[in-house]
Ligand binder design. Structure first.
Ligand code: SAM
Length: 283
């Protein structure tokens, strides 16, 4: 098998190497170095500042598990905000729900442009959905300045460096809490559950300062170093661990989802003891 290798430059002390067959695009944007590769194992891959962000082969796991646990916990989400997520994967999953509006705020227009050009399999036709609103801007400023109110907010950001650093702050989460309707929820990607535990515990600490219910859950993101990835839901009301499986099946059972099911929802929140004690120490 010919081809070269790329090494993930993510922010952990472990990495992964990926055989690639060609680079489809590369561009230094005002925010990051953007590359799109083709690989035999993962299909097309979006890489930002050397860190693998998403791949055609496994993006369904990450995006289904970022979006649906919170959207299925909320009784009837109508207005959703997505911060980051310029590849459109979280937007596509959100629009499977009967929402009125999904607003995506992505700081780097190049990510949207390159994703539409080279990674169309990830977003499908989400960007062209009349309910979708794409805003090119800083999510921090947007949340600070918007007069909008949301039922669910998803933060689908790069790791806490550069423009994404503020997206993991207690101040940002408190701002989001003020932009949520009563009973609203926030779901964030909170880093590697095994190699970024300090990040996960920091996210939980910051969320607990603004939300009464904070629940971390896991999903296997196959392309990420260490695979076991964490997401954290913060809720002003409904507890994602209390959602009836029948409700999840009724809401999402007809969408042909490839990872998220009522059983996957329940299992995701059932952390193994060694992680529960590390990530959710008894208060
Ligand atoms: N959805 C992918 C995944 O599976 O993990 C990766 C996430 S998406 C590519 C991360 C996005 O967050 C990037 O496009 C980046 O430009 C964006 N981003 C970083 N900081 C931001 C900010 N302050 N406001 C809005 N978007 C931001």
């Amino acid at each position: 098998m010919r081809g070269a290798w790329i090494i993930d430059q993510g922010s952990t002390d472990i990495t992964s190497a990926y055989r690639i067959t060609r680079r489809l695009h590369e561009e230094q944007t005002p925010y990051q170095y953007l590359e799109v590769y083709e690989s035999p194992l993962f299909g097309r891959m979006l890489v930002l500042d050397g860190a693998v962000q998403t791949t055609e082969a496994d993006e369904f796991i990450y995006h289904e598990m970022l979006a649906h646990p919170a959207l299925c916990t909320h009784p009837a989400p109508r207005r959703v905000l997505i911060v980051g997520g310029g590849d459109g994967g979280a937007l596509e999953e959100t629009l499977k729900h009967p929402v009125e509006r999904a607003t995506l705020v992505e700081i780097d227009e190049a990510v949207v442009r390159a994703s539409r050009a080279y990674l169309g399999a990830i977003a499908g036709d989400a960007f062209d959905d009349p309910r979708a609103e794409v805003v090119i801007g800083d999510g921090l400023a947007y949340v600070r300045e918007t007069a909008g109110r949301f039922d669910v907010v998803l933060v689908d950001s790069t790791d806490p460096e550069g423009p994404a650093a503020g997206l993991f702050s207690a101040e940002f989460y408190a701002q989001i809490a003020r932009r949520l309707e009563p009973g609203g929820l926030l779901a964030v990607q909170s880093g590697s559950a095994v190699y970024q535990r300090d990040l996960v515990t920091m996210v939980r600490r910051h969320l607990r300062a603004a939300f009464p219910v904070v629940r971390t859950y896991l999903a296997p993101v196959l392309a990420y170093p260490g695979v076991v990835w964490s997401f954290t839901i913060a809720s002003l009301g409904p507890d994602p661990r209390a959602v009836a499986p029948e409700e999840i099946a009724r809401r999402s059972g007809a969408w042909g989802l490839r990872y998220y099911t009522p059983a996957a929802h329940r299992a995701a929140f059932d952390l193994p003891p060694y992680l529960r004690s590390a990530l959710e120490p008894e208060p």
